[in-house]
Ligand binder design. Structure first.
Ligand SMILES: [Fe+2]
Ligand SMILES: [Fe+2]
Length: 308
């Protein structure tokens, strides 16, 4: 059985023309609004230990008995470590995405705007991952390594070589972090360093989402029914693991808490559930409109605390 159905030639031509138009727009926007975080951000500025990196109600333990036991400074530190952990998860995902984009270019023709934009996005992600690593170092968070589970999942993705999944995963992760980071940019009470990181990321990620969405639409339209069924389940699984990675167990250990107990408290916390639902909303609306998320698979998204 073939993986895809082939469209008639005129449809394929129109699709290529649309793809090139979109790429030209994205390349123009990249030329105008790209940032070098190594020079844009003042990395030597002191980090105030009383500043939150995330709004308090977006910290996984907010409102739980464990939260009540922490003093204000410990809560702020927890929020900084949670955001540092999110940036570590960002590095993990960006490395996987970059590999997928390189693979996409390797299969394409670099004289097209579409392929050139893929490389432009790789360049963006190189700068983001370096910026996230700098943030981790600046805040004293001890490591940029993901969990072993995420590490294995990344390696599995390399093996499976599924570029369509790369794009779908990118839409989910990029919309999710975009929603979180837009809240950070809006909230002037938060740590200036975290907001500077978020601001650069928000601007550049909007283009990545604009690249991945039509690409997933094209690929989804060409996918067989059987493959779509597998894809729906695999994407829900990837999203669940990606979101679990947002708060690495070491975040809790650094706060002097038992990681397993703290994780259970976070999972039972309605505020944390709501945060994930809010951040996932735009991606899930897109997947629902496209038919990637159906009532039959909604249960696994709900179990991952990504749907109400
Ligand atoms: Fe990024
Ligand atoms: Fe991105």
């Amino acid at each position: 059985m073939s993986d895809t159905t082939t469209p008639p030639q005129s449809v394929a031509r129109q699709r290529n023309a649309d793809r090139e138009l979109n790429a030209a727009r994205l390349l123009r926007a990249s030329a105008k609004h790209s940032y070098d975080p190594l020079t844009e951000i003042d990395w030597s500025a002191p980090v105030d230990p009383d500043h939150y990196a995330l709004p308090a109600h977006r910290v996984a333990l907010y409102g739980t008995p464990l939260w009540e036991r922490l003093d204000e400074r410990a809560r702020a530190r927890l929020s900084v470590h949670q955001f540092a952990s999110t940036t570590a998860a960002g590095i993990w995902f960006e490395l996987v995405l970059m590999e997928g984009l390189i693979r996409h270019v390797y299969a394409g023709d670099l004289t097209t705007g579409h392929a050139q934009y893929a490389l432009t996005e790789v360049a963006d992600e190189c700068r983001h991952s370096t910026m996230f690593a700098r943030y981790i170092t600046a805040t004293g968070y001890p490591s940029a390594r993901p969990t072993r589970r995420a590490d294995r999942l990344g390696k599995l993705h390399f093996l499976l070589n599924d570029t369509t999944m790369t794009f779908a995963g990118a839409i989910f992760v990029e919309e999710f972090t975009d929603a979180m980071q837009r809240e950070m940019v809006r909230d002037e009470s938060l740590q200036p360093l975290a907001r500077a990181v978020a601001r650069i990321h928000v601007v550049e990620e909007a283009r990545h989402i604009g690249y991945a969405k039509p690409e997933l639409e094209r690929r989804w339209a060409a996918m067989t029914t059987a493959r779509r069924a597998v894809f729906r389940r695999a994407l829900a699984l990837l999203a669940r693991h990606a979101v679990a990675e947002v708060v690495h167990p070491r975040v809790y250990a650094l706060a002097g808490l038992d990681p397993a107990g703290a994780r259970r408290a976070a999972e039972a916390n309605p505020h944390w559930r709501q945060a994930r639902i809010d951040w996932a909303r735009k991606a899930l609306e897109f997947f629902t409109d496209l038919g990637v998320l159906t009532p039959a698979t909604a249960r696994s998204w709900r179990r991952a605390a990504l749907l109400p």
